[in-house]
Design a protein around this ligand. Structure first.
Ligand code: 4HQ
Length: 275
């Protein structure tokens, strides 16, 4: 897949993309990333890419012409059907399904803004989509561009090894991951869930699905709502809830024992988990 990035700080992306799974994907030619710097498309002596906002106020706005000409250079180098995306906090949320859709595009151009953002006329006239990676304010679109490239590239055949890619589209899709453990079997007196050492593959799969369901219920009920559950999954989750409530009761009784006579309250607020 071809990806182009329009950015004033291309070296930020180059450095990050040299490592790990993505570095390998680039070496193997699974993805190709090209950079277009708006500063290379300035004509004035100061090579200015920004200017003061009409209407006044603090901060600077990215001028149309350098951005537009950098984007047009990118478009000219990209296959037909390429889509241009502006990264900004006011875009639609970039999610796994957005990444899945984008990996079927022949080309993707990511435009990373700086300062207060780009002149609206550039966005309106030159951009196909606007994406936000989440509700927080960043100082530039470069990190969001990296997030998008990572999420998209790992979906392309050839990026992940066969062992890694098998995880995709599994039965736990749309759920949070289950907890992972590795050696040693005991760390600071803390062991590993017994079932994982049982060699019973069906029991292990059942436990992992149950952990995924339980964690999603505790931490991201919105995801569970969106995904839905089978009858079998509902049963697994009910069992998780019962075990969690029992563990909480045990923990509470321990807390009282430990603190007896210490004159300090150990009451804990479980309102968030009492669903
Ligand atoms: N910004 N998701 C300011 C973001 C952002 C986000 C990007 C802030 C670009 C100029 N981008 N600029 N959140 O906060 O994508």
């Amino acid at each position: 897949m071809r990806i182009a990035v329009v950015s004033l700080f291309p070296s930020m992306l180059r450095a990050a993309l040299a490592h790990g799974v993505l570095g390998r994907a680039l070496d193997r030619g699974v993805v190709e990333v090209d950079y277009f710097d708006p500063r290379d498309h300035t004509v004035d002596v100061h090579r200015s890419v920004d200017d003061r906002p009409y209407g006044g106020g603090p901060g600077m706005v990215l001028k149309v012409e350098p951005l537009r000409d950098a984007l047009r250079a990118a478009r000219a180098a990209m296959p037909t059907g390429t889509r241009a995306v502006y990264l900004g906090a006011d875009g639609t949320r970039f999610e796994q399904q957005t990444a899945r859709a984008a990996c079927d595009w022949p080309g993707l151009i990511l435009v990373a803004g700086r300062y207060e953002g780009a002149d609206e006329r550039f966005v309106e006239h030159e951009i196909d989509e606007q994406w936000s990676i989440g509700d927080y304010v960043l100082s530039g679109g470069e990190l969001p561009a990296l997030v998008v490239i990572d999420a998209v590239a790992r979906l392309l055949p050839g990026t992940l090894g066969s062992a890694e890619s098998a995880v995709q589209e599994s039965f736990t899709d749309g759920l949070l991951d289950w907890p992972h453990y590795t050696r040693p079997a005991s760390v600071d007196g803390r062991g590993v869930p017994q079932v994982l050492a049982s060699g019973d593959h069906a029991a292990i799969a059942r436990w992992r699905l149950q952990q995924s369901l339980g964690r999603t219920w505790l931490r991201r009920p919105d995801l569970l709502e969106r995904r839905g559950m089978s009858t079998e999954e509902r049963t697994l989750l009910e069992e998780f809830k019962r075990a969690a409530a029992a563990a909480r009761r045990l923990e509470d009784s321990r807390v009282v024992d430990d603190s007896y006579g210490e004159g300090e309250s150990n009451e804990q607020d479980h309102s968030a988990t009492e669903r």
